[in-house]
Every structure is written in structure tokens, then in C-alpha cells.
Design a protein around this ligand. Structure first.
Ligand code: ADP
Length: 272
């Protein structure tokens, strides 16, 4: 009796060990698949501009270099393909740093409305090219937040440039709104562009996900912009939400912390 019991106990332990081992193997397989998919995506992204460059060089070699107009045109194209490659590599590097927790935020107090105006100035040319207007709607002329200014400016640039890229009408417009809530500052970026189909909406924050890859590529997109936005806001312990109506527009919403009033947390100048 005693022996049999011990046998069962050992058998149970063995089975438990085996189950654990199987779970580990499943996880390793999953990670391996993920890694393969990731490398596949990266190399695909890099291949497109590289093949273009190769093609432009070939054209130049085949006599294009003799004709000044063709030469300039193709050099210009090579230049933009190289810029695209650099942007992809920069974005990848950024994502890698977020995912391995290597990003230190530099918190400060700044006026979000002023930052939005600065970004409008920065993107003005791009917006004009697409005949778009950009507008800030706010409840107060100044609204102070406590966040990493440079990273938040990246968030706004990515969202607003997407609204510019995915516009689909003549009177295209972007409205950025800010208002003060009880605990935080609420910010939204809304456009009246092409919108996103409901089935694609849950996936847009994934790396490399694009609804229409040809359009996104043509506009210089790497499919990484929203993944970076999500990471930056996560690092600020915030989330981002999106609502969209296909063919009529999209609205992204997020919050940022307010600077604390004297004596509460987030105090930047301590007295000894
Ligand atoms: P991309 O570099 O392709 O723009 P993003 O990560 O910034 O990559 O966006 C992912 C996808 O989400 C885009 O390819 C596009 O299909 C969709 N998208 C993002 N913003 C908008 C928007 N404002 N209007 C319509 N579609 C959008």
C-alpha cells in the first residue's frame, strides 16, 4: 500500500513537471514565432526603400546621369528613400527602448496650448500641401501639464501628421481640443478624414499595422507612429482611446497630469 502511494505521488510530481515543461515550450514557441514575424516585418519595411534606391541608381547608370533634369529628379528620390530608411530605423530604435524600459521621462511643467501652437507652426507646410486647416479649441488660454515635453510633442506630431496623411476631402480639418478636468488635462485630436473601419480599429496601435499599406508608405509611414504614441503615454501612466467613423473622421483622446498645487506630489522645488 505504502509503496503504491509513493508511486502515485511521484507520478503526480512527474506529470506536474511535464506540464510545466510543456507550458515553457509553448511559450518559447510563441516567442520564436513573434520574433520571426517581427524580423519579417522589419526586413520588409527596409526592403521597399532599398529596392527603390537600387532602381534609381540603375536608371542613373543607364544614361540618366547625362540628363540634368533626370539626374536631379532621381537624386532627390534617392535622398527621400534614404530619409525614409533613417526614419524607420529611428522609430525601431525608439520602440526597442520603450519595450525594454530604457526610457527615462524628463518631467516638467509646461503650457500644452503653447506646445500645440508650436506644433501647428511646424506642420503648417505639410497641412497646406493637403489643403488642411488646423485649429485649437480650448477652455482657457493657458493649460499647464506635468509631463515630458519632448515626448508629448512626439505624440501630438504623430497624431496630427496622421490626420494630415489620412485626409480625404477638400475642406479637411483637424481640431485639437484641450480642457481641464478635475484630476487631469484632457486632450483630443479630431479629423474629418477617411476614418478607420471598426474591424481595424483595435489593431491600429500594433507595430507595423496599417489599414492600407500602399497609401501609408506613399506618405512616408512606417506603421510605427501609433505604437510609439501608445508607449509614450504608457510611460506617463496614461492611456489613449480612439473613436472613428469610416469615411467621416477619427478622434483620439488622452489625458495628462496637472502640475500639483503647492505641498502635494509632483512638487519640483523642494525646500530643505
Ligand atoms: P503609419 O506610419 O502607417 O501612419 P501609424 O502607426 O501612425 O502608422 O498608424 C497605423 C494605421 O492606422 C495607419 O496606417 C492608418 O491606416 C491608420 N490611421 C492612423 N491615424 C489615422 C487617422 N487619423 N485617420 C485614418 N486612419 C488612420
Amino acid at each position: 500500500d505504502y509503496d503504491t502511494d509513493l508511486g502515485f505521488k511521484e507520478l503526480g510530481e512527474k506529470m506536474h513537471e511535464m506540464n510545466q515543461r510543456n507550458a515553457e515550450i509553448d511559450m518559447m514557441k510563441e516567442m520564436e514565432n513573434y520574433r520571426k514575424e517581427y524580423i519579417g516585418n522589419v526586413s520588409h519595411e527596409l526592403k521597399t526603400p532599398l529596392f527603390s534606391i537600387q532602381g534609381y541608381i540603375e536608371t542613373l547608370r543607364d544614361g540618366g546621369v547625362e540628363d540634368l533634369t533626370i539626374r536631379d529628379k532621381y537624386l532627390q528620390r534617392i535622398d527621400s528613400s534614404v530619409e525614409r530608411l533613417l526614419n524607420i530605423v529611428k522609430d525601431l530604435d525608439m520602440i526597442n527602448r520603450y519595450e525594454s524600459g530604457q526610457i527615462d521621462l524628463k518631467y516638467s511643467i509646461f503650457d500644452i496650448n503653447l506646445l500645440i501652437q508650436e506644433i501647428f507652426d511646424l506642420l503648417e507646410m505639410e497641412a497646406e500641401k493637403h489643403l488642411m486647416t488646423m485649429q485649437l479649441q480650448t477652455t482657457q488660454s493657458q493649460l499647464f501639464v506635468f509631463a515630458d515635453k519632448q515626448r508629448i510633442s512626439q505624440v501630438l506630431i504623430n497624431l496630427i501628421s496622421n490626420s494630415i496623411k489620412y485626409a480625404n476631402r477638400e475642406e479637411a480639418q483637424i481640431i485639437v481640443s484641450t480642457r481641464e478636468g478635475t484630476k487631469s488635462i484632457h486632450i483630443s485630436v479630431e479629423d474629418n478624414g477617411m476614418g478607420i473601419k471598426p474591424e481595424n480599429l483595435p489593431r491600429i496601435f500594433e507595430r507595423f499595422f496599417r489599414v492600407e499599406s500602399s497609401r501609408s508608405r506613399k506618405e512616408g509611414g512606417s506603421g510605427l507612429g501609433l505604437a510609439i504614441v501608445k508607449h509614450i503615454l504608457e510611460a506617463h501612466k496614461q492611456t489613449i482611446s480612439v473613436e472613428s467613423a469610416y469615411l467621416s473622421g477619427t478622434k483620439f483622446k488622452f489625458k495628462l497630469g496637472k502640475p500639483a498645487v503647492n505641498g502635494k506630489k509632483n512638487k519640483t522645488n523642494a525646500t530643505a
